[in-house]
Design a binder for this molecule. Structure first.
Ligand SMILES: C[S@@+](CC[C@H](N)C(=O)[O-])C[C@H]1O[C@@H](n2cnc3c(N)ncnc32)[C@H](O)[C@@H]1O
Length: 198
C-alpha cells in the first residue's frame, strides 16, 4: 500500500485540489483546543503532515514546535515553504527516531496504512510521547479492509477499522480515550480520537 500511496500523491495534486484554500474546521478547532489544554509542553509530532496547511500552520501560530514526517517529497517541500518554522522530513510514520513529544497528531493519514499495522502504529505513538503525552488522530470512519479509488488526481488506497475496534486497539496500546468525534458528510467519513497516556 505504501508505494501506491507515495506514487499516487507524487503524481496527483493534493495541495491544489484539497489544501490551498482549506481552513481548520470548527469541530477540528474544538478538538485542537482541547488537545492544547491537555498538552504539558510545545513539542508536537505530526505523522503524515502533508503540505503543513492548514494544521501545522495553525499549531505553529498557537505556539507549538512542529516536527512533521511524510512519505511524499513534494508535500515535504510545500510544508517547508508553508511553515518555515517547522522541522519537516520525508519518511514513513515509523521512521521517526526522536522521543519525548508532548503531543502526537495525525490528520487524515493513518487510513493509508494497512489496518493490520494500526495497533503497531498506536504503540509506536505511545513510545514517542512524554509521560503525560496527548494524541489527536483521524482514522477512517468504518470497517474497510482495503479500498482503492481516485482522489486528488490519482489512484489511492485506504484501510480502516470500525470505531469500536479503533477504541479497542487504542486502549490496548496504553491510552485513555478522552473524546471521539465522527465526521461524516456526503464525501467524507472519518473518526477522530483524542487520547492521553493512561
Ligand atoms: C490526505 S493527506 C493528509 C495530509 C495532512 N495531514 C493534511 O491533513 O493536510 C495524507 C498524507 O499522509 C501521508 N502518508 C500516507 N501514508 C504514510 C506513511 N506510511 N508514512 C508517512 N506519511 C504517509 C501522505 O503522503 C499524505 O501526505
Amino acid at each position: 500500500m505504501k508505494e501506491k500511496v507515495r506514487s499516487g500523491y507524487e503524481a496527483g495534486d493534493y495541495e491544489g485540489e484539497k489544501r490551498s484554500t482549506r481552513e481548520v474546521r470548527e469541530h477540528e478547532k474544538e478538538l485542537l483546543e482541547k488537545m492544547e489544554s491537555m498538552a504539558q509542553g510545545e513539542k508536537v509530532l505530526d505523522l503524515g503532515c502533508g503540505t503543513g496547511e492548514p494544521f501545522d500552520r495553525y499549531l505553529v501560530d498557537r505556539g507549538f514546535d512542529i516536527t512533521g514526517v511524510d512519505l511524499v517529497s513534494k508535500h515535504i517541500s510545500s510544508a517547508r515553504e508553508n511553515v518555515p518554522e517547522g522541522d519537516f522530513q520525508q519518511g514513513d510514520f515509523f521512521s521517526v527516531q526522536e522521543n519525548g513529544f508532548d503531543a502526537v497528531v495525525s490528520f487524515y493519514a493513518i487510513f493509508h496504512l494497512e489496518r493490520e499495522k494500526h495497533s503497531d502504529l498506536f504503540e509506536f505513538i505511545y513510545e514517542k510521547l512524554s509521560e503525560d503525552g496527548v494524541m489527536l488522530v483521524t482514522v477512517g470512519g468504518g470497517d474497510m479492509e482495503k479500498h482503492e479509488s481516485e482522489f486528488a488526481g490519482s489512484e489511492l488506497v485506504w484501510s480502516s477499522y470500525s470505531p469500536e475496534k479503533n477504541k479497542e486497539i487504542i486502549t490496548n496500546a496504553g491510552f485513555r480515550i478522552v473524546e471521539t468525534y465522527e465526521e461524516k458528510n456526503e464525501e467524507e467519513h472519518h473518526y477522530w480520537v483524542l487520547a492521553e497516556k493512561a
